[in-house]
Write a protein that binds this ligand. Structure first.
Ligand code: 4NP
Length: 154
């Protein structure tokens, strides 16, 4: 059975759609069948496409994310996904607070999967300049490589 991963940020329009796209791309390139999705802890952007700067940075790197739509994380996600990966420490705390007793998902922080960066947040580019999105893309693609290898051996 294929493994499943849910990435979670605040709005599900910047960081987690990029992490979703990066891991899906990485797994497809390696011929690995992994179910990848993303969601937000907030309901602020539910139903909306990713931020236009998110769509643009993904497109500059050869990946289309324009079809994605934001959704809010639900308690059933904790039963449906093997792994839920938070993009920052606040997202991780919010996920821990809503984690149901029946959860099967393993919760982790994205940068805990990257050597030398444990405990760090993926910077939220939403309020910053366009370059922030390139930095976020770099961070999530680096993490996607190690997460893919980790999934392969777990
Ligand atoms: P994300 O970024 O959590 O990476 O999707 C944000 C998106 C929207 C807002 C904040 C962060 N907002 O305040 O609406």
């Amino acid at each position: 059975m294929s493994q499943s991963v849910l990435f979670v940020c605040l709005g599900n329009i910047c960081r987690s759609p990029l992490a979703e796209a990066a891991l899906r791309h990485e797994c497809a390139n390696s011929g690995m069948n992994v179910i990848v999705d993303s969601a937000g802890t907030s309901d602020w952007h539910v139903g909306q496409p990713p931020d236009e700067r998110t769509v643009a940075v993904a497109a500059r790197n050869g990946v289309d994310v324009s079809h994605l739509r934001a959704r809010q994380v639900t308690t059933s996600d904790f039963r449906d996904f093997d792994h839920i990966i938070a993009l920052d420490n606040q997202n991780l705390r919010d996920l821990e607070a809503m984690r149901p007793e029946s959860a099967i998902s393993k919760l982790s922080l994205l940068f805990d999967h990257v050597a030398g960066r444990a405990g760090e947040d993926v910077t939220d580019p939403y309020y910053g300049a366009e370059e922030g999105f390139d930095q976020t893309w770099g961070e999530v693609t680096e993490a996607a490589k190690t997460i893919r290898k980790w999934l392969e051996t777990s």
